[in-house]
Write a protein of this length. Structure first.
Length: 142
Protein backbone atom coordinates (compact mmCIF):
# COMPACT_ATOMS: atom_id res chain seq x y z
CA UNK A 1 0.00 0.00 0.00
CA UNK A 2 1.25 3.39 -0.91
CA UNK A 3 1.41 6.13 1.66
CA UNK A 4 -1.07 8.83 1.19
CA UNK A 5 0.49 12.27 0.88
CA UNK A 6 -1.53 15.16 2.28
CA UNK A 7 -1.30 18.72 1.12
CA UNK A 8 -1.74 20.04 4.65
CA UNK A 9 0.54 19.12 7.48
CA UNK A 10 -1.93 17.74 10.01
CA UNK A 11 0.57 17.74 12.84
CA UNK A 12 0.25 21.50 13.22
CA UNK A 13 -3.52 21.23 13.71
CA UNK A 14 -3.18 18.59 16.42
CA UNK A 15 -0.76 20.68 18.50
CA UNK A 16 -2.81 22.14 21.41
CA UNK A 17 -0.05 23.88 23.35
CA UNK A 18 -1.34 27.44 22.81
CA UNK A 19 -5.08 26.69 22.95
CA UNK A 20 -5.44 27.39 26.66
CA UNK A 21 -3.72 30.75 26.29
CA UNK A 22 -5.99 31.75 23.42
CA UNK A 23 -9.11 30.65 25.31
CA UNK A 24 -7.97 32.56 28.40
CA UNK A 25 -7.33 35.69 26.30
CA UNK A 26 -10.86 35.45 24.92
CA UNK A 27 -12.51 34.85 28.32
CA UNK A 28 -10.49 37.36 30.37
CA UNK A 29 -12.34 40.56 29.31
CA UNK A 30 -15.71 39.01 30.10
CA UNK A 31 -14.44 37.75 33.45
CA UNK A 32 -13.03 41.17 34.35
CA UNK A 33 -16.26 42.97 33.48
CA UNK A 34 -18.18 40.45 35.58
CA UNK A 35 -15.88 40.95 38.59
CA UNK A 36 -15.99 44.76 38.27
CA UNK A 37 -19.78 44.57 38.02
CA UNK A 38 -19.99 42.53 41.21
CA UNK A 39 -17.78 45.03 43.02
CA UNK A 40 -19.65 48.07 41.67
CA UNK A 41 -23.10 46.77 42.57
CA UNK A 42 -21.81 45.62 45.96
CA UNK A 43 -20.56 49.14 46.62
CA UNK A 44 -23.86 50.63 45.44
CA UNK A 45 -25.91 48.36 47.70
CA UNK A 46 -23.63 49.16 50.64
CA UNK A 47 -24.08 52.91 50.18
CA UNK A 48 -27.85 52.56 49.59
CA UNK A 49 -28.15 50.50 52.77
CA UNK A 50 -26.19 53.09 54.77
CA UNK A 51 -28.42 55.89 53.45
CA UNK A 52 -31.56 53.92 54.39
CA UNK A 53 -30.13 53.14 57.82
CA UNK A 54 -29.31 56.83 58.39
CA UNK A 55 -32.92 57.75 57.53
CA UNK A 56 -34.27 55.01 59.82
CA UNK A 57 -32.04 56.04 62.73
CA UNK A 58 -32.94 59.71 62.32
CA UNK A 59 -36.66 58.97 62.19
CA UNK A 60 -36.47 56.84 65.34
CA UNK A 61 -34.36 59.46 67.13
CA UNK A 62 -36.95 62.18 66.52
CA UNK A 63 -39.42 60.41 68.80
CA UNK A 64 -37.52 61.87 71.75
CA UNK A 65 -38.13 65.45 70.63
CA UNK A 66 -40.70 67.59 72.44
CA UNK A 67 -41.50 69.99 69.58
CA UNK A 68 -40.89 70.34 65.86
CA UNK A 69 -37.66 72.37 66.21
CA UNK A 70 -36.18 69.87 68.60
CA UNK A 71 -37.18 66.90 66.40
CA UNK A 72 -35.56 68.48 63.32
CA UNK A 73 -32.35 69.18 65.25
CA UNK A 74 -32.25 65.61 66.59
CA UNK A 75 -32.81 64.19 63.10
CA UNK A 76 -30.04 66.28 61.55
CA UNK A 77 -27.61 65.33 64.34
CA UNK A 78 -28.49 61.67 63.91
CA UNK A 79 -27.94 61.79 60.14
CA UNK A 80 -24.57 63.50 60.58
CA UNK A 81 -23.52 60.90 63.17
CA UNK A 82 -24.61 58.04 60.90
CA UNK A 83 -22.70 59.51 57.96
CA UNK A 84 -19.53 59.88 60.03
CA UNK A 85 -19.82 56.37 61.47
CA UNK A 86 -20.26 54.72 58.07
CA UNK A 87 -18.61 55.26 54.72
CA UNK A 88 -20.82 58.23 53.73
CA UNK A 89 -19.26 61.63 53.20
CA UNK A 90 -21.24 64.11 55.34
CA UNK A 91 -20.59 66.91 52.84
CA UNK A 92 -22.35 64.86 50.11
CA UNK A 93 -25.32 63.95 52.30
CA UNK A 94 -28.46 66.09 52.41
CA UNK A 95 -31.56 65.64 54.51
CA UNK A 96 -35.13 66.86 54.56
CA UNK A 97 -37.45 66.50 57.53
CA UNK A 98 -41.17 67.01 56.90
CA UNK A 99 -43.67 66.86 59.71
CA UNK A 100 -47.41 66.62 59.25
CA UNK A 101 -50.04 66.27 62.00
CA UNK A 102 -49.16 62.70 62.93
CA UNK A 103 -46.31 61.65 60.62
CA UNK A 104 -42.69 62.70 60.39
CA UNK A 105 -40.84 61.88 57.18
CA UNK A 106 -37.05 61.89 57.05
CA UNK A 107 -35.53 61.91 53.55
CA UNK A 108 -31.80 61.39 53.12
CA UNK A 109 -29.99 61.97 49.79
CA UNK A 110 -26.40 61.01 49.13
CA UNK A 111 -24.38 61.83 46.02
CA UNK A 112 -22.35 58.69 45.24
CA UNK A 113 -20.92 59.97 41.94
CA UNK A 114 -17.45 60.22 43.51
CA UNK A 115 -17.21 56.43 43.87
CA UNK A 116 -14.95 55.24 41.08
CA UNK A 117 -16.69 51.91 40.52
CA UNK A 118 -20.06 53.61 40.07
CA UNK A 119 -18.78 56.01 37.44
CA UNK A 120 -17.36 53.31 35.18
CA UNK A 121 -18.48 53.65 31.56
CA UNK A 122 -18.27 49.86 31.14
CA UNK A 123 -21.22 49.05 33.36
CA UNK A 124 -24.84 50.17 33.49
CA UNK A 125 -25.22 51.30 37.09
CA UNK A 126 -28.21 52.85 38.89
CA UNK A 127 -28.50 56.56 39.53
CA UNK A 128 -25.65 57.79 41.72
CA UNK A 129 -27.97 60.13 43.64
CA UNK A 130 -29.26 57.71 46.25
CA UNK A 131 -32.41 58.81 48.07
CA UNK A 132 -34.14 56.93 50.87
CA UNK A 133 -36.86 57.90 53.34
CA UNK A 134 -38.29 56.71 56.61
CA UNK A 135 -41.61 57.63 58.21
CA UNK A 136 -42.58 57.50 61.89
CA UNK A 137 -45.82 58.31 63.65
CA UNK A 138 -45.42 61.09 66.19
CA UNK A 139 -47.59 61.97 69.17
CA UNK A 140 -49.99 64.89 69.14
CA UNK A 141 -48.12 67.05 66.59
CA UNK A 142 -47.13 69.79 69.04
Amino acid sequence: MAKRISRWPTATFRDQRGAALVEFALALPLLLVLIIGILAYGQYFLVAHEVQQAANDAARATLGGLNRTERVAIARDSIAASARAGSLDPSLTQSEIVESDTLLTVTVRHDASGIALLSSPLLPVPDTLIQRRAVVRIGSGT
